[in-house]
Write a protein that binds this ligand. Structure first.
Ligand code: BEZ
Length: 240
């Protein structure tokens, strides 16, 4: 086998900044027209490998338990696997009736779970990664903004359950960046200092360095931060 033979096949996948690929699908909550049905809201579109599997079960229980908290940040959840509707319904009923995990029990999943037996949506979103498994979706997370633009993509392999603190942090960080026209540094959480964009129309780099911009502190011309309190962040982004 030559080196060229060993290379991974070229597949197209949506990227950060692209409009979310459109589709219509049957879900456990009825038909959806995506992303049009979610205009004006943030959406987390996520895939899981298969119904009736343990890691996916823990993830669904966690997503469902956090659904109200996501909704408070104007964020809706939409799940997907390449299983059919009857499997989805039976699995979600089993979770509600029988499964206890991390002090969660009788968990009702109220957000839509897409039937994607044809793999049409999973293929469109690059959720099938044949090197990992050609018949199951990996654990993909697409964060889509109220304008229908993909803002963050996270992938996890089949063996690893997602980190929900991080998914919530992503929602808060993206919304904070939009609300205050700032960027968020490594490991940022509400209340931490934020990065202010390079000096331009609002003042010169020298003004900034000289401390003439309110609350802005610079380590160097390219590295300036300011404080935004956790309360101000919450006031700006929490909707309920
Ligand atoms: C799980 O969710 O437990 C799982 C699903 C597919 C492969 C491995 C684990």
């Amino acid at each position: 086998m030559t080196m060229a033979d060993q290379q991974a096949p070229v597949t197209t996948m949506p990227r950060i900044g692209d409009p979310a690929p459109t589709f219509t699908a049957s879900t456990t909550q009825g038909e959806i027209n995506f992303p049009a049905d979610y205009a004006g809201q943030w959406v987390i579109l996520f895939s899981h490998p298969a119904d009736f599997t343990p890691v996916c079960t823990t993830e669904f229980m966690t997503f469902a338990s956090l659904a109200d908290e996501f909704r408070a940040y104007n964020t809706q959840l939409v799940g997907l696997s390449v299983d059919g509707l009857y499997s989805h319904i039976a699995w979600l009923r089993t979770i509600q009736d029988k499964i206890e995990f991390n002090n969660m029990k009788n968990v009702e999943v109220k957000f839509p779970l897409i039937d994607d037996v044809s793999m049409a949506v999973a293929q469109k979103y690059g959720m099938i990664m044949p090197g990992e498994d050609s018949t199951k979706a990996v654990r993909a997370v697409f964060v889509i903004d109220p304008q229908g633009v993909i803002r963050t993509i996270i992938y996890y392999p089949l063996s690893m359950g997602r980190n929900f603190d991080e998914i919530m942090r992503v929602i808060k960080a993206l919304q904070t960046a939009d609300a205050f026209s700032v960027a968020t540094p490594a490991d940022w959480r509400p209340g931490d200092r934020v990065i202010v964009p390079p000096a331009g129309s609002c003042g010169t780099a020298k003004d900034r360095m000289d401390g003439k911009e309110d609350g802005v502190e610079c380590e160097d011309w390219f590295f300036c931060t300011k404080a935004i309190s956790a309360e101000d962040v919450e006031k700006a982004i929490r909707k309920a």
